[in-house]
Write a protein that binds this ligand. Structure first.
Ligand code: MF3
Ligand code: CO
Length: 291
């Protein structure tokens, strides 16, 4: 026998409100959508107010780390230097860099230059040179809460072609973000990202994407950028995920480095760019948690 939560019982979200005054209508809406065959999030993916506060504290560190990188990054610096800035800044603020030792990843941050799509490993013998574009992908754990965002940086004098790629991918993320609304679908966001990339003559990486985040580094749902409006998971208020499309100047095909098992590159050697934001679906629309 299954006992349904009583209407006067405390809500499952930890708000201390009665269920009938809190998530009862939410649960009804979810169950109708589920009965229509829609993909709906389970309660474990719906962040409670206390969790959101904790995740925001984590994101404060993540944003400060990216700001510090933005301040220091310059031609001639090694990606090992960036790794040290990330480690020092994160730990000074009481956080832990989430990538460090994550599934064997050896450093505190991912640094991906030019044709590198993602998961580049910082090293003391990789130097930033004039004309490079680089993605710096930071993730922080603070009191058990996870934040994750990445930015692109232009090193010195960058070609118009590469500058445009970096700008358009940022626009893709912002257009995707505009689609994040309660009771919409992840596909609404995905289609906006994909359309803008394609209209500019670019391709979107298909098999690497974003993810739920907050209580774990990588939670459900998988967040791809090749899906149509009205498909994929329902964006219920309290869902938190990343928007982090990887957009290529050439073909969408990518390969993973055979020696280190991490670094992903474009198969054709043409440049790739990525921006990543962490976003929360709210009752009113959305809130950017880390950028
Ligand atoms: N920060 C990446 C993401 O956006 C994950 C990197 S995993 C690592 O999901 F191990 F490579 F750091
Ligand atoms: Co991510």
């Amino acid at each position: 026998m299954i006992h349904k939560i009583g209407r006067n019982d405390p809500c499952w979200c930890g708000s201390m409100k009665k269920y009938k005054n809190c998530h009862e209508a939410f649960d009804e809406r979810i169950s109708i959508l589920a009965s229509q065959g829609k993909i709906v999030p389970g309660h474990e993916l719906i962040k409670t107010p206390a969790q959101i506060e904790g995740i925001k504290e984590s994101a404060k560190i993540n944003i400060a780390v990216l700001d510090e990188v933005a301040d220091k990054i310059r031609p001639g610096m090694s990606t090992g230097d960036i790794d040290r800035i990330v480690y020092e800044t994160t730990t000074k603020m009481g956080g832990i860099p989430a990538p460090l030792n994550y599934e064997g990843f050896p450093k505190s941050v991912c640094t991906s230059i030019n044709e590198e799509v993602c998961h580049g490993i910082p090293a003391d013998d990789i130097f930033l040179k004039d004309g490079d574009i680089i993605n710096v992908d930071c993730s922080t754990i603070y009191k058990g809460y996870f934040s994750d965002s990445s930015r692109m940086f232009l090193i010195g004098d960058v070609s118009e072609e590469k500058k445009k790629l970096v700008r358009v991918v940022k626009e893709c993320v912002e257009l995707g973000l505009e689609q994040v609304k309660p009771w919409g679908y992840l596909g609404d966001m995905s289609e906006a990202v994909f359309t803008h990339a394609r209209e500019n003559g670019y391709t979107v990486v298909r098999n690497i994407g974003g993810h739920g985040v907050g209580l774990e580094f990588h939670e459900e749902p998988w967040v791809g950028y090749i899906y149509r409006r009205g498909t994929q998971m329902v964006m219920a208020p309290g869902l938190m995920f990343t928007i982090e499309p990887m957009v290529n100047m050439g073909a969408s095909k990518v390969t993973t480095d055979k020696e280190n098992g991490w670094t992903v590159r474009t198969a054709d050697g043409k440049p790739s760019a990525q921006w990543e934001i962490q976003v929360l679906v709210t009752e009113e629309g959305h809130e950017v948690i880390s950028y």
